[in-house]
Design a binder for this molecule. Structure first.
Ligand SMILES: NC(=O)c1ccc[n+]([C@@H]2O[C@H](COP(=O)([O-])OP(=O)(O)OC[C@H]3O[C@@H](n4cnc5c(N)ncnc54)[C@H](OP(=O)(O)O)[C@@H]3O)[C@@H](O)[C@H]2O)c1
Length: 250
C-alpha cells in the first residue's frame, strides 16, 4: 500500500508518550515529517530515537502560549507549513468533588482546554488548504465518571470546539475531527492510580465491561489518527469518533 501521509508535515502535541508517541511513529512510517512536543526533554529524546524517520522534537508546554509560538516559529522556519495537527497533549487525575482544589482545576484546564485552544489558534497561519486537525477528547467527555469531573468537562468542551472551528476554518477547507478513546493502556493510566497492582486491576475490570474484551493499545488510536489525517478521510469533517471497543454504545 502507498504511504498515506507521504510528504505531509504533521505536529503531534504530547508526542513523547502513549497515544501521541504511537501516532508519531505511524505518521513517520506513513511518510510524514513529524514534529512532536512534550515538557520533558529526556522523554522527547527517547521518543525521537524510537520514532525514527523524519522527526523533530520541540520541548514545549501546551498551556504556555509563548511555548506554542516558539513551536510554530520552528515549524515555519524548517517546513514552511503544517498539513496535519494532532492536538493530543493532555493530563488526568482522579479527584472527587470535595477534594477539588484551585490547583487541580487550573492544571487540568490549562493543559486540556486552554492548551488545545491555543495549540490550534497559533497553528492557523501555517495550516495548508485542506489540512486535517484532530483533537483528542475521551469517552469521559459524555459519560459520568466518579472523581473525574474536571477532566471530563475539559473533554466535553473539546467536542464543542471542533464544531465551532470547522466553521471558522472553512475558507481553507480545513477538516476538524475528534477522537474519543475509551481506556488506553498508556503511562497516564498507571499514573492515575499510582500503584501498579491497582492499575492492573482497574484495567482488567474495565476490559471486562468492553464488548471487544480488552482495553485499547495506543496503536488502536494511532491507526484512526492516520486515517483521519489521510486523503481517504477527505470528506469526514466535524465528527467525534469513539475508539472504545463499543463500550460507550451499550
Ligand atoms: N490513556 C487513556 O485511557 C486515555 C483515554 C481517553 C483520552 N485520553 C487522552 O489522550 C491524550 C494522550 O494521553 P495518553 O494516555 O497518551 O497520556 P501519556 O502517555 O501520559 O502522554 C501524554 C503526553 O502529553 C504530554 N503532555 C502532558 N501535558 C503536557 C503539556 N502541558 N504540554 C505539552 N505536552 C504535555 C506528555 O509529555 P510531558 O509529560 O513530558 O509533558 C506526554 O507526551 C490525552 O489528551 C488524554 O486525556 C487518554
Amino acid at each position: 500500500m502507498a504511504s498515506q501521509l507521504n510528504g505531509k508535515v504533521a505536529l503531534v502535541t504530547g508526542g513523547s508518550s502513549g497515544i501521541g508517541l504511537a501516532t508519531a511513529k505511524r505518521f513517520a512510517a506513513e511518510g510524514a515529517i513529524v514534529y512532536i512536543t512534550g515538557r520533558k526533554q529526556d522523554a522527547l529524546d527517547k521518543a525521537v530515537a524510537e520514532i525514527g524517520g523524519k522527526v523533530v522534537a520541540i520541548r514545549a508546554d501546551s498551556s504556555i502560549v509563548a511555548d506554542l509560538e516558539r513551536v510554530y516559529a520552528t515549524i515555519r522556519d524548517k517546513s514552511g507549513r503544517l498539513d496535519v495537527l494532532f492536538a493530543n497533549a493532555g493530563i488526568a487525575a482522579f479527584v472527587p468533588l470535595p477534594a477539588i482544589t484551585e490547583e487541580h482545576y487550573d492544571s487540568i484546564v490549562d493543559t486540556n482546554l486552554k492548551g488545545v485552544v491555543f495549540t490550534v489558534k497559533y497553528a492557523v497561519p501555517l495550516l495548508s488548504e485542506g489540512a486535517s486537525i484532530i483533537l483528542t477528547s475521551s469517552t469521559a467527555g459524555y459519560k459520568g465518571m466518579e472523581a473525574f469531573s474536571v477532566y471530563s468537562a475539559t473533554k466535553a468542551a473539546i467536542r464543542q470546539l471542533a464544531r465551532g472551528w470547522l466553521l471558522d476554518l472553512k475558507a481553507k477547507k480545513i477538516r476538524v475531527n475528534v477522537i474519543s478513546p475509551g481506556m488506553v493502556d498508556t503511562p497516564a493510566i498507571d499514573g492515575l492510580v499510582g500503584d501498579p497492582n491497582a492499575a492492573a486491576g482497574m484495567k482488567a475490570h474495565v476490559a471486562s465491561q468492553i464488548p471487544l474484551g480488552r482495553i485499547a493499545q495506543p496503536g488502536d488510536i494511532a491507526a484512526v489518527a492516520v486515517f483521519l489525517s489521510s486523503d481517504e478521510a477527505a470528506y469526514i469533517n466535524g465528527v467525534e469518533l469513539p475508539v472504545d471497543g463499543g463500550a460507550s454504545q451499550i
